[in-house]
Ligand binder design. Structure first.
Ligand SMILES: [Zn+2]
Length: 330
């Protein structure tokens, strides 16, 4: 059965532990929808005035402790983030002086770190205040513009585009990825770090307790099992998919997840845990790219990995429809 990413008419209302799964926002309950074949979950598009208010007023207020210019240029953060990007660039032979671009770059800390490493790095971000603060710090390669518009005007072809937790915020990430494909190198990379909707925690306890399941900010939640559909729907081929553990302040329940007396927990006890980390990493290249031939093994491995995970995700999501244990019970 095809994925609902390719055919949105397949989306079904999400139900977990017999209740409609959703988030309440300003007194209104928003039930999400899911793919019947994998762990892809989405909310209906929030109205643009709701999003404007959320990102300009609410988000800066609640995120002050981690979303600020000093934090964004903190060496341990930029070192870790740039290293993860560079590892992927190296694996696919992208030259160390190539033009790489970050969309949703916030204050530009990681862009600066890549510039310091010798890359011709640039960034775009729709939050004007963040860009102004980054530029005031001397990072003039970040711009408050849509990425596809900026990249279309650049004389140097862009070899790789990366983003940290940005794509899930788009109401139409598919249209964006299609436009992006037109303005990067035909042999380029798109590297996405995203919340994983098929992480151990939500698969055992349900998404209502998962901090990355949120309205109106996380409109689309992807998974390893939906990565293949995401790539093909947007005109790309999958090169690599993996998940990584990340500290999301739910470590107590995570450590108890596999001890739960449920079918899902029993099933997951026999699974390799590196497939169920909280962070999803997807690397793709435009369809027809030379990288595909050069990295045929990785492509086939990623394709197969996504195919197998989608079956597992389907089983686990179906289990969740009827029962989910309380994560806070010891
Ligand atoms: Zn799917």
């Amino acid at each position: 059965m095809p994925c609902a990413i390719s055919d949105p008419s397949l989306l079904i209302p999400s139900v977990q532990a017999t209740y409609p799964l959703g988030r309440e926002y300003k007194g209104v309950f928003h039930q999400s929808k899911r793919c019947p074949c994998c762990a892809y979950i989405r909310f209906d598009d929030p109205p643009s005035d709701v999003l404007d208010h959320f990102y300009n007023v609410e988000y800066p207020e609640v995120s002050k402790t981690w979303y600020n210019v000093e934090g964004d240029y903190n060496a341990s953060k930029t070192h870790e983030r740039s290293r993860r990007v560079v590892d992927i660039l190296n694996a696919f032979g992208i030259a160390p002086d190539a033009h790489v671009h970050e969309f949703g770059c916030a204050f530009g800390g990681t862009v600066q770190a890549l510039k310091d490493l010798g890359y011709k790095a640039s960034g775009t971000e729709l939050n004007r205040t963040a860009v102004e603060q980054g530029r005031a710090r001397g990072n003039l390669d970040i711009h408050a513009r849509p990425a596809q518009e900026f990249l279309a005007e650049q004389p140097d072809e862009c070899s790789a585009v990366y983003s940290y937790h940005a794509l899930e915020h788009f109401t139409d990430p598919f249209a964006f990825l299609r436009e992006l494909r037109q303005v990067i190198s035909p042999d380029g990379l798109v590297i996405s770090f995203l919340p994983n909707s098929a992480a151990l925690f939500p698969l055992v306890y349900g998404h209502s307790h998962y901090i990355w399941y949120g309205y109106p900010e996380h409109v689309h939640l992807f998974s390893p099992g939906s990565a293949q559909a995401l790539a093909s729907t947007c005109g790309y081929e999958l090169l690599y998919v993996t998940t990584a553990p990340i500290d999301i302040d739910q470590s107590g329940p995570i450590s108890r997840a596999l001890k739960q007396d449920t079918l899902s927990a029993q099933y997951l006890r026999n699974e390799p845990m590196d497939r169920y980390g909280e962070e999803l990493v997807i690397v793709m290249t435009p369809a027809g790219s030379k990288l595909l031939e050069r990295h045929q093994d990785m492509h086939l491995k990623a394709w197969e990995y996504s195919r197998i995970q989608s079956r597992r995700e389907r089983f686990l999501m179906d289990q969740l429809a009827t029962f989910a244990p309380n994560p806070w019970l010891e």
